[in-house]
Every structure is written in C-alpha cells, then in structure tokens.
Design a protein around this ligand. Structure first.
Ligand code: ZN
Ligand code: ZN
Length: 430
C-alpha cells in the first residue's frame, strides 16, 4: 500500500460569490469522486487561531510540531535551492531592492526583477569575503532563487543567527542589522552582514546590468535586504540532521523515513516546499518552474508523481502552488480556474490501486484577505474498499467536508491516522 498526498497550497477560502467558496464554485468531478469514496473532514493546520506559514503548515502536516522543529525560512529555502549548506552556516532570505542616493528603500522588490538581470547581478556578489574585527574571514554566498528572491549564506567562525531583519517590509530608511542578544557572536554577525550589504551595494550600483535597467526606465536592483536568519548546526539533512532554530536552539530531526518506516519523495517546484522536504529527510524530485505557478504544467508534476509511485516509493508528496498565488492576488476566479485545472490533472490517479490518496492543504489563503488565515482546511482520505470507512460526503469543499467522518482534526493527526489505516499504528495497552 502506498500513499499519495496532494497538497493544493492555500486552498481553503471563505465565500467569495453567491455565498460559495472557490472550491464550492469549481467544477471538480475527480476530487468529488475521491470525496465520495473516501472520508472527509476539516483540519486546523496548527491549531485554532493560528495563522500558518507554508513551512509551518507542511511541517505540521508531516507530523513535525512546528513549535519545536521550525528553523526559519532562510535555511529551508537554502536547502530547497540545492545550495551546499555547511554546519555553522547562517542562512537568510534576501530580496533585491532599490535604494535612492540617501539609502532610502524605494522599492522592496526592485520592480520584481527576474531572469537574466537577476542572475547577472547575483553572480557579481555571489562570493564576497569580509574580515571580522579579529581579522578572520567571513564568506558570503549569495544565490538567486526566483524573481526578486535570493538566499544569502554566511560562513565563518563563531557566528550567530541572532541578528535582526534588514527587511522591515516597508519602504523607508535602510534598517541595518543589529544583534538581538548581547553575545559577541551576534554582534560580529550583524557587523559583518552590514559590511557585506555596503560592499554589495557598491558593486551593484555600478554594475552594467543596472545601468542598462536605468536606461530602460526599470528600477535598479542596487541593494539587498535580508530576513529570517537561521543556522544549520549539522549539515546532514538525510541522517538525523540537527539544526538551530530561529531562537538559536539546536533541533534534532528524525528523518521521515525513519520516523514512519516509509521512503518518501516530494514533487514540487518552489524552493520552500523542497526545502521543508529535504529538511525532514524526504527525497526531492525537482520540477523546474518555467512559468508562474498559476500557469504551471501540472501534467508534468502528475507524471513525475506517477513514476515515483510506480517505482514503489511508499509516500509521495505532490505540491501545487497556484491556489495560494490566486488567494494572495485576491483573484477568486483565478483560484476557481486553478482548482479546475488541478482536478483535470489528477485524473490519472483515480485509476491507482493499492494507494491511499489524500487531498488537502497547508493553510487557507482567503481571496478576501489576500493573505493566509487561521481557517481550517478541507481534507479527504480515499483508499481501497475495505480499508477506508466512507462517509456520506460526496463533494470536496470546506463546508461539505466539515460534516465528514474525519470531523475536525489538526494536521498533527493526519500521519497517525494514515499509519492507523496502514495497520502500522502501535497498540496501547494489551
Ligand atoms: Zn502555503
Ligand atoms: Zn501564501
């Protein structure tokens, strides 16, 4: 028996038109068929009143309590990017941004720079060495992720992740990094980061790519802003890795394969999802994103997931991003359309035998809020006859699912429920 978990990122919503949610409005015969033959429920990704990020939402879904295992987005994206992350490295998420002559940030995303421009500029600052006060080298590795997004890794002795964000999420005067605890390590890291930011600015500002951008009337990507400092204390993501979380405490991970005695593969394109998967020791099948998430080739991902299942992989995590993007854009019509596209794409899975199929999400991204919310998400579990006790629910949406046989649960319950169905749960008592 194998498990296929399909996650439509940010799927949950609130009524958007005629009192219905995008899931209720969408024509999605395949998901409805799965709901009809399976059991449904609604699930709080972390808990009532908690607004999940994608990282904490998926950690929770895979049975890793985010309050214990969350290590900050910097490391997760660095792992997802495939960058070589070493023990002791400090990782940040970084943005290309635009500053004026007085070091005021006037565009946090440098006009959403992307493609060749971003690659060329990133290359020019990809390896810079800064000396600390003791004259020791601190190496800065900078990688372009996609769009204006990048990853920054700092490597050196006695560094600390306890440094403040330089991205204040608003335009205005540059916020230089500060130590957020009184340790020498934090001060050294913040000082080195600030020096790097200035060096990077000097290189970027006179770069030919930026001169060309200026001529074309595009915002120059002449500054980097950073956030989400986190540290990797041991670089062995596949064998009981231990990481240092956002609060600087070390975290030891029991890899998914060991924890559940199942091998697992993630099929995704976004760095964050691949990063979460690598962090918990799943294998990653990377599908390059050639177009925006809303227009992604879902058939290619479905084919990849099918081939993984065919290979005999016990657990396959298939990730679709478009629903979250549409939610953030506040575009419910695009969300409905993407759900319909995903529904068509998953048709081949309905023929699978000996496979438990789960359809759910990491959090809700209601179009009305254009942001994540604490609302629970629908979940369905479909499996071979005799293995699952089907309920009366015949449609897959937030409202129908709330009357289902799974009732209201939390994501932390999902893996135990699946283990129970597989007959892998342990007996309590005699
Ligand atoms: Zn998400
Ligand atoms: Zn989101």
């Amino acid at each position: 028996m194998q498990i296929l978990l399909i996650a439509l990122d940010g799927l949950g919503d609130r009524p958007v038109s005629r009192g219905k949610t995008p899931l209720q409005l969408a024509k999605k015969p395949n998901m409805d068929r799965l709901a009809k033959g399976g059991i449904s429920g609604i699930s709080y990704p972390i808990g009532p009143g908690i607004v999940p990020g994608s990282d904490t939402g998926y950690l929770s879904l895979f049975g890793y309590d985010p309050y214990h295992f969350y290590v900050g987005r910097g490391i997760l994206e660095a792992l997802g990017s495939g960058a070589k992350v070493h023990e002791g490295d400090i990782a940040f998420r970084a943005n290309f941004s635009t500053v004026d002559g007085k070091m005021n940030i006037i565009d946090r995303r440098a006009g959403r720079i992307d493609g060749k421009d971003a690659d060329e500029l990133a290359k020019s600052i990809s390896k810079i060495i800064v000396k600390d006060r003791r004259g020791k080298d601190i190496t800065f590795q900078f990688e372009h992720v996609h769009g204006h997004r990048c990853v920054l890794l700092i490597r050196g002795q006695d560094l600390s992740p306890m440094v403040s964000d330089t991205d204040m999420h608003v335009v205005g005067q540059v916020a230089w990094a500060k130590a957020i605890n009184p340790s020498d390590d934090a001060k050294r890291t913040a000082d080195a980061l600030n020096e790097w930011l200035k060096k990077a600015n000097a290189i970027l500002k006179s770069h030919s790519t930026n001169k060309r951008r200026k001529e074309r009337g595009l915002p120059e990507a002449n500054f980097i802003i950073t956030r989400g400092a986190s540290m990797l204390t041991k670089g062995v993501p596949y064998k009981g890795a231990s990481y240092s979380g956002i609060y600087g405490e070390a975290v030891s991970i029991t890899p998914f394969k060991e924890k559940y005695k199942m091998d697992a593969t993630c099929v995704a394109s976004g760095f964050l999802y691949k990063g979460v998967a690598r962090y918990i020791g799943m294998d990653v099948m990377s599908i390059d994103r050639k177009v925006g998430a809303l227009h992604a080739d879902l058939d290619e991902k479905v084919k990849a997931a099918l081939s993984e299942l065919k290979k005999g992989t016990d657990f396959v995590f298939l990730h679709f991003k478009g629903t979250d993007v549409a939610g953030h854009d506040g575009d419910w019509k695009a969300k409905v359309k993407f759900i319909e596209k995903a529904d068509k794409a998953i048709a081949p899975f309905l023929k699978l035998k000996d496979t438990i199929i789960v359809v759910t999400s990491d959090h809700s991204t209601p179009c009305a809020l254009k942001a994540h919310s604490a609302d629970p998400v629908p979940i369905l579990i479909h499996g071979p006859a005799g293995m699952i006790r089907p309920d009366h629910i015949a449609k897959f949406d937030e409202v129908s699912a709330s009357h289902g046989g799974l009732d209201t649960l939390r994501h932390a319950d999902v893996m135990p429920i699946l283990l129970g169905l597989l007959g892998k749960a342990k007996m309590f008592g005699t």
